[in-house]
Design a protein around this ligand. Sequence first.
Ligand SMILES: [Zn+2]
Length: 224
Amino acid sequence: MPLPCHLVRSKRKSLAVHVRHDRIEVRAPLRIARREILQFLSRHQAWVCRKHQEKVKRASEHLALSDGSPILYKAQNLTVRLRTAPRSEVIVSATELTISGPDLAPEKVAAVFKGWLQQQAKAWLPGRTRALAEHLGVGTKLTDVVFRKTKSKWGHCTAQGRIQYNWLIMLAPDGVIDYMICHEVCHLLHMNHSPAYWQAVARVCPDYKRYVGWLKQHEHRLWF
Ligand SMILES: [Zn+2]
């Protein structure tokens, strides 16, 4: 199937191509000739194809909450099981993650799973966030810890000292979760990603590069 290609012209100075699983987007300066754009694309054809295959594979690996689907939970490959039961709950065994409830309609299953992750997020993240902020001497800067499932972010720290977490992070291994806490709390020291900021991260979490790498490689599997 040919891949739809969108051309977006703007005041930018150079050509760029963004590859997604379902389309590619070419960003071009206002006055560049069509011929030049086509030449640019054919020059980068191999890269675009490779990138596209990678994106298709990643999109197919997004978390699906259906019976028999694979799920990456705390870095373990488990199988999702759906079971009809009077009580709604999630149970993790060595090989399966079972979501049960009286109604197994997809939105009900998603709600049970979401409630389970949110409960873990609330029990784990605020306390550790506050403790680390106090340890780093920025306890008074931390105003609030909130939860939201955003489209592409695991965490966020505002200039007002409000730290926001995506509760889907509870699917990640504990080391990755602690790195996320460290990442956001260190923004109370430095509101940027400067070398000084990363030095502060490394003091708290010397292995942080491993966790950044783990997220890069696996995070698409935690989204649903
Ligand atoms: Zn950051």
